[in-house]
Write a protein that binds this ligand. Structure first.
Ligand code: SF4
Length: 408
């Protein structure tokens, strides 16, 4: 039976962080209850479109899914199990934030079948946490981590963020040290992005421009410091026994996030909840981003979408075009780009054989010149039937990955 991943979006947060452009918002208890009811209705309606898939992983993302009570998460999990074929071995992750967890809640999550937690920390320095608008302190994070271990969670990710305003390499190393002392199974280490529409954009957009022009920024770390933080992350975490398996993700051997690996390997996924994206039968589509519309029941009808996709494939109509913004069916050229773009994010890279099987052509047949050039530059390597980025290639991954966009 074919494999499918589920993503469940819970868009609520206690308060918006200053750098955040995710689809998330504060909401009263009655709104959260209403949302859970609608989410359950969506699950019931759309599961039948996926009857010939088995669910290999479920990811509750947000927002802050731990804003929901243990009972609410258990209700959603029960519906997922009743309506989808969830494998016994499925990896089931819930994103949590310190300040929203209790021992009782965690025990209920565990009983509901959650077997992996992802804790948002970002920094071990309370001044930095305050500067980026987080609601919690490092001590509260420690308490949550301890509660999670006591509740029996043996697979925990911690999110940390570098290149924060005013942060030095020494500060960043301090956060890495404090986190690794806890021995979490997985660490996601991203750099701060200054996103439009956020309070940080108002404050730091000019600084970001300065940095991009190679000039010295006022508050953000310079490009050179950011690069050093990036190298430090790999050096330090490798020393501590973590293996980098993706540009920004590190795990103890065997504890890589299976759900994310699925995304990078183009395993199909169904998104449930506000604004969630899906990738099914090679088509990409997303739910409404309006909470009001979602609460009125205006989510995607996946069976109807798949009928449209089938019709388009049979007639080749609109393949590769964005005629209907809600459904995008990539043509072969775009599929190859996606495969390279996502697959090369992983340190194991892509398998030549799989590329050949999927697209009926060797990677050289499409990317011959680019592959040659990037290898000459020392940014890409080939070995044992795989193509992957070198350390140098990973450090300039934005440039390398863009090389795989094909001209129209
Ligand atoms: S907790 Fe996460 S999702 Fe919520 S506002 Fe902060 S960064 Fe955004």
């Amino acid at each position: 039976m074919r494999e499918l991943e589920l993503y469940v979006h819970i868009p609520f947060c206690v308060r918006k962080c200053d750098y955040c452009d995710f689809l998330s918002m504060p909401a009263a208890e009655n709104v959260r209850r209403h949302y859970v009811d609608k989410l359950i209705a969506e699950i019931r309606q759309n599961a039948s479109a996926c009857y010939d898939y088995q669910i290999s992983s479920i990811f509750f993302g947000g927002g802050t899914p731990s804003m929901l009570s243990g009972v609410q998460i258990a209700e959603i999990m029960r519906e997922l199990r009743q309506n989808f074929k969830v494998r016994q071995t499925a990896e089931i992750t819930l994103e949590c934030n310190p300040g929203t967890l209790t021992g009782q809640k965690l025990a209920l999550y565990k009983t509901a079948g959650i077997n992996r937690l992802s804790l948002g920390l970002q920094s071990a320095d309370n001044r930095e946490l305050q500067r980026i608008g987080r609601i919690h302190t490092f001590e509260e994070f420690l308490e949550s981590f301890d509660l999670a271990r006591k509740a029996g969670f043996s697979n925990i990710n911690v999110d940390v963020m570098s290149a924060l305003p005013g942060q030095s390499t020494k500060d960043w190393l301090y956060t890495l040290k404090k986190v690794t002392e806890l021995r979490p199974e997985h660490i996601s280490a991203y750099s701060l992005m200054i996103e439009e529409g956020t309070p940080f954009y108002e404050r730091f957009a000019e600084d970001e421009l300065r940095r991009q022009r190679g000039e010295a920024p006022r508050d953000l770390p310079s490009e050179e410091v950011e690069r050093r933080m990036y190298e430090l992350t790999r050096e330090f975490l490798t020393d501590q026994g973590y293996v980098r398996y993706e540009i920004s993700n590190y795990a103890k051997p065997g504890r890589e996030c299976r759900h994310n690996i699925g995304y990078w390997q183009l395993i199909p996924y169904l998104g449930l909840g506000l604004g969630s994206s899906s990738y099914l039968e090679q088509a990409r589509f997303s739910n409404t981003r309006s909470l009001q519309e979602y609460l009125e029941g205006k989510w995607n009808d996946v069976s109807e979408i798949l009928k449209v996709v089938k019709g388009r494939k049979e007639t080749s109509a609109s393949v590769g075009k964005r005629e209907e913004p809600d459904i995008f069916l990539p043509d072969k050229r775009r599929q190859m780009e996606e495969y390279m773009f996502l697959g090369l994010r992983m340190t194991v890279g892509i398998a030549r054989k799989t590329f050949q099987k999927l697209f009926g052509v060797e990677p050289e047949g499409v990317y011959g010149e680019k592959l040659h050039k990037l290898q000459q530059q020392g940014l890409l390597k080939q070995s044992e039937g795989r193509i992957f980025l070198t350390e140098e290639g990973i450090s300039v991954s934005n440039y390398v990955l863009c090389e795989f966009l094909l001209e129209v």
